[in-house]
Write a protein that binds this ligand. Structure first.
Ligand SMILES: Nc1ncnc2c1ncn2[C@@H]1O[C@H](COP(=O)(O)OP(=O)(O)OP(=O)(O)O)[C@@H](O)[C@H]1O
Length: 267
């Protein structure tokens, strides 16, 4: 049997308590698998734990870049790496194999680097001796593929609109040809006229390279365009999982039922 690209078993994720704050359990006892090359979409209401799960799958747990989320129960393996026991070196090894586009691109873009430098940075993290000229060419191509003009390259992230920053983050996430793409509402804030083109590009690159993808989305149309399977999250647990239409055609939970109705009215 082929090993899953992502394997969560009875996974519980919690934000640590801070001063005067109680710990928050964001994901409780969740199990799922994503097969190599498969795209799984995740949909769910606000606060259901989508971003937390995305963050953990991208390796951003409290032992790595600290967003405060901790694995407190169960197991999570990503590309065969046990995320619970990631050490500093392991973090880097996984980071080079996983492209992560968070809901807020500011989390991955360095404000002190230009757009071109941000997009090229992973190339130098993997190989500090990487040719500057080749990196410039690769960054220019990646930026062009996101339908951004080359005049964007010398700008800094704060000089761009939110949607433009998201597109830079997508370009950056794809530049190392990742084995897994974790995209958390990656197209949020992107102009509707460009959004479709970005989705087409993502679907095309996925077809060509065959990477695995975990895509958080609030748009059922986007889900259908990108994913084979759908997981519906509600209050930190899965309330629907399977082929997109199978989940929506046979809702097993009131939240999935509401989602299916919404999808019908928008169809
Ligand atoms: N940094 C944090 N510290 C403490 N609690 C947090 C933190 N981030 C999220 N949470 C809590 O964890 C739960 C899940 O949040 P999460 O952001 O994963 O939900 P989501 O489904 O992505 O929501 P949205 O659709 O609004 O982005 C919520 O109860 C939220 O308040």
């Amino acid at each position: 049997m082929t090993e899953s690209a992502v394997c969560a078993r009875d996974l519980t994720l919690r934000y640590r308590s801070g001063l005067g704050r109680a710990p928050v359990t964001a994901i409780a006892g969740l199990s799922l698998d994503i097969a190599p090359g498969e795209t799984l979409a995740v949909i769910g209401d606000a606060g259901s734990g989508k971003s937390t799960l995305a963050r953990a799958i991208a390796g951003y747990t409290s032992r790595s870049v600290d967003r405060g989320v901790e694995i407190v129960g169960g197991a999570l393996a990503v590309l065969g790496v046990d995320v619970r026991h990631l050490g500093r070196r392991g973090d880097n090894a996984l980071a080079l194999r996983v492209g992560y586009v968070p809901q807020d691109a500011g989390l991955v873009l360095d404000p002190h680097l230009t757009v071109a430098e941000n997009v090229a940075l992973p190339l130098f993290l993997r190989d500090p001796k990487f040719s500057r000229k080749a990196a410039g060419g690769i960054a220019a191509e990646a930026i062009d593929a996101m339908h951004l003009t080359l005049a964007t390259m010398p700008k800094f992230p704060h000089e761009l609109s939110r949607g433009q920053r998201q597109r830079v983050a997508i370009a950056r996430a794809l530049v190392l040809e990742p084995e897994l793409l974790v995209a958390d509402e990656a197209t949020a804030g992107i102009d509707a006229t460009v959004r479709g083109m970005i989705l087409d590009h993502l679907a095309e690159v996925q077809r060509q390279r065959g990477f695995t993808a975990f895509v958080v989305s609030s748009e059922i149309g986007e889900v259908r365009r990108l994913a084979q399977r759908l997981a519906v999250l509600h209050r930190g647990g899965i309330v629907g999982l399977g082929a997109v239409d199978a989940v929506l055609d046979d809702p097993q939970h009131p939240y999935v039922h509401r989602l299916a109705e919404l999808a019908r009215t928008r169809a």
